[in-house]
Design a protein around this ligand. Sequence first.
Ligand code: ADP
Ligand code: MG
Length: 317
Amino acid sequence: MIEVQQLTKRYRNTVAVNNISFSVTEGQTLVLLGTSGSGKTTTLRMLNRLIEPTSGTIFIHAKNICSQPPEVLRRSMGYVLQGYGLFPHYSVAENIAVVPKLLKWPQQKIQKRVDELLQKLQLPPEEYRNVYPAALSGGQKQRVGLARALAADPPILLMDEPFGALDLLTRAAVRKEFKELDELKKKTIILVTHDVQEAFELGDQIGLMDKGKMQQLASPAELLFYPANGFVREFFNQHRFQLEWQSVCLKKIWNDLPEVRNHMNATLSSDQTLWHAMEEVANHDTDVYAFDEETGSARHVTFECLKIAIQKQKQQG
Ligand code: ADP
Ligand code: MG
């Protein structure tokens, strides 16, 4: 779907992006993770030709993006800017309608789409349609920015620190909503963030960048259990405990848990994470059980078993 080959962007004194390659398959989310200045924004902007690469090639749907006019390319991608990037003198509805207007949609179709998106993003249209950005909270502005990117239903979404301007609590809540939004489930997404927790929650694949280079591109669990080098290992050290428990599902350690016959009292399912299971155990005075739909089997979940299982995972890594 998106194929990036040996992409480089050089400025006079810096190599902002240094020979990186990656691909994203349709419907997947790639997170580009890295500290400030690691080249994330530059990479994203080269994908929709806001910046022209010094060298390297980008294919989208097997087509070299340089072979089409930037305006046509940009119509196939929604872009959520760092900050909120809303036009202050446009109402909420006008902000969302920017791309459909460029595409010359009939007025009625635009209105219908705007209201549909506002509804889906929990901003009742009657209340918010005609409001200006200054009157919105951070979380609400973020949703309008997302609605604008989604307006013409592009197959690809590029997002630059989309939750970066929100406080921690709002952030976690908006991220949860974001994950559950049906409009996003089929999109191919490249999301840029410096937030490790966010990367692990949202990424199918994570590309960890440093000084313009891709240090490792892998699934969240691979980054933790099979780091490619010392930089990758150290990058996650501060969050390691929580991330490890969040990146492994019960299913993965199913056979390390004691089998039980009766699953009538199961409160967990096998596709939930060890972190979730640990919370469940901590919050219950009684025994906790998990059920696996696929095999119809059940397991007894205890803190001790979880601990042993994750240690086994680490030794295999
Ligand atoms: P990130 O988004 O990861 O914080 P950027 O992609 O914005 O990083 O920047 C990567 C590096 O390239 C930084 O060192 C930045 O200073 C440099 N850079 C970005 N844009 C320009 C520019 N227009 N001119 C010169 N240097 C730039
Ligand atoms: Mg940036």
